[in-house]
Design a protein around this ligand. Structure first.
Ligand code: NAG
Ligand code: NAG
Ligand code: NAG
Ligand code: NAG
Ligand code: NAG
Ligand code: NAG
Ligand code: NAG
Ligand code: NAG
Ligand code: NAG
Length: 316
């Protein structure tokens, strides 16, 4: 019996011991992830869980999640996965802590969380995922993974995450499942959706996901669609007039790269940009919050769009 087998045997004994002691204590992996309270957290009547799900054993990749049951009757509510964009934005730091999550951290000398009255937790069970590895609390034990990240790995790991998350939370497997996100999640959401749909066609019943729909805010899909969408949005929210909308849609061709638009088109686009000097394009009905952007006025559309996306990510 070589050293290897002694180590293997020890590992087996250790694994058996761990399994046995967990069972003896009646502790499941799900219960181990239960969060009973956070520093500075007001009392709440819903359950929350947080932890890691392994998505790739050989490379040691694990994704971090934070899950909130709906405030009442979680067993009757759908499950919603939320993804922030970037790429590189944390769904905990933005989605949970500033947008739709139940808790907003406060800037105070002591840890302090405020309840978010606009959280989506009344309607749905909320699952916030840090994705891909390297974002937020999600990690890999293989440093070279970080330079190989991209949409393909992100979608695949997120899919593996879901399969394994449902194994830890089997009571949610039959719930209607939705994916929502913003900005660069305009890539994440459809690509993960496609993987789920493909996999649902011929997966085992065990890996089937009861997938019902998607929602993307401020989606970054591709330049042409995004630019058309921004003009469309400005028009149907009465930010620009029928006349300007007509001029832009007849003069500009967004199939062309934005830096290749004609002078005639740019003249009309500048009128569109001028309006957003007095209206916050990310919150039309709220007072202006962001800094003076008129110094980018003369820059091209693409730069302004980029600035806008950066603004959004800073804000959201
Ligand atoms: C783990 O990740 C590596 C690198 O991303 C990939 O080559 C490998 O196929 C993955 N393993 C599994 C089981 O998906
Ligand atoms: C990463 O490495 C640490 C330290 O060896 C280990 O505890 C952890 O389980 C590994 N993570 C994964 C996902 O394999
Ligand atoms: C948090 O509060 C401290 C002390 O009042 C202040 O200096 C700091 O700028 C605040 N940070 C944010 C992000 O508001
Ligand atoms: C079904 O599984 C096979 C083998 O794994 C794969 O090649 C094929 O693409 C899958 N079909 C769909 C629709 O995902
Ligand atoms: C639309 O273009 C025409 C021709 O250049 C111009 O006279 C008109 O003022 C433009 N309309 C708006 C609302 O800018
Ligand atoms: C817009 O540009 C594309 C690519 O050059 C071209 O195929 C298309 O015909 C143009 N559309 C119009 C309405 O001119
Ligand atoms: C953009 O315009 C330049 C200069 O006219 C031209 O050389 C280039 O091919 C155009 N690019 C595209 C993708 O149309
Ligand atoms: C905004 O920028 C313009 C041009 O740089 C400057 O003239 C104007 O005073 C600035 N406005 C404010 C409120 O800072
Ligand atoms: C919209 C909504 O009902 N949000 C609730 C989420 O949960 C917290 C904590 O119970 C409530 O305070 C929010 O009102």
């Amino acid at each position: 019996m070589g050293l290897g087998s002694i180590i293997n045997l020890n590992v087996v004994i250790l694994v058996l011991y761990v399994c046995w002691s967990k069972q003896a204590l009646g502790v499941t992996e799900q219960e181990e992830d239960r969060v009973y309270g956070l520093p500075g957290q007001p009392p709440v009547n819903f359950k929350q869980y947080a932890g890691y799900i392994n998505v790739n054993e050989t490379h040691g990749r694990a994704l971090f999640y934070w899950f909130f049951e709906s405030v009442d009757q979680p067993q009757t509510k759908p499950l919603l996965l939320w993804l922030n964009g970037g790429p590189g934005c944390s769904s905990i730091g933005y989605g949970e802590a500033e947008e739709l999550g139940p808790f907003f951290p406060q800037n105070s000398s002591q840890p302090k969380l405020k309840l978010n009255p606009y959280s989506w937790n009344k309607t749905a069970n909320l699952l916030f995922l840090e994705s891909p590895a390297g974002v937020g609390f999600s990690y890999t034990n293989t440093t070279s993974d970080i330079s190989e990240l991209g949409d393909t790995i992100t979608a695949k790991d997120s899919h593996t995450f879901l399969i394994n998350w449902f194994k830890r939370f089997p009571q949610f497997k039959s719930h209607d499942f939705y994916i929502a996100g913003e900005s660069y999640a305009g890539h994440y959401v459809p690509q993960l959706s496609e993987l789920i749909l493909d996999n649902n066609h011929n997966s085992s019943e065990e890996d089937y996901i009861n997938f019902k729909g998607i929602m993307i805010g401020n989606a970054l899909l591709d330049d042409e669609t995004d630019q058309k969408g921004m003009i469309e949005y400005a028009w149907d929210h009465a930010v620009i007039s029928d006349g300007l909308y007509h001029n832009i849609t007849t003069i500009c061709n967004f199939s062309h790269p934005i830096q290749n638009q004609t002078d005639e088109c740019n003249t009309e686009l500048n009128k569109y940009f001028d309006v957003y000097k007095i209206i916050d394009m990310y919150s039309l009905y709220a007072p202006m919050w962001f800094s003076n952007i008129s110094n980018v006025r003369s820059h091209s559309f693409s730069k302004l769009v980029l600035v806008s996306f950066i603004n959004l990510e800073l804000k959201n």
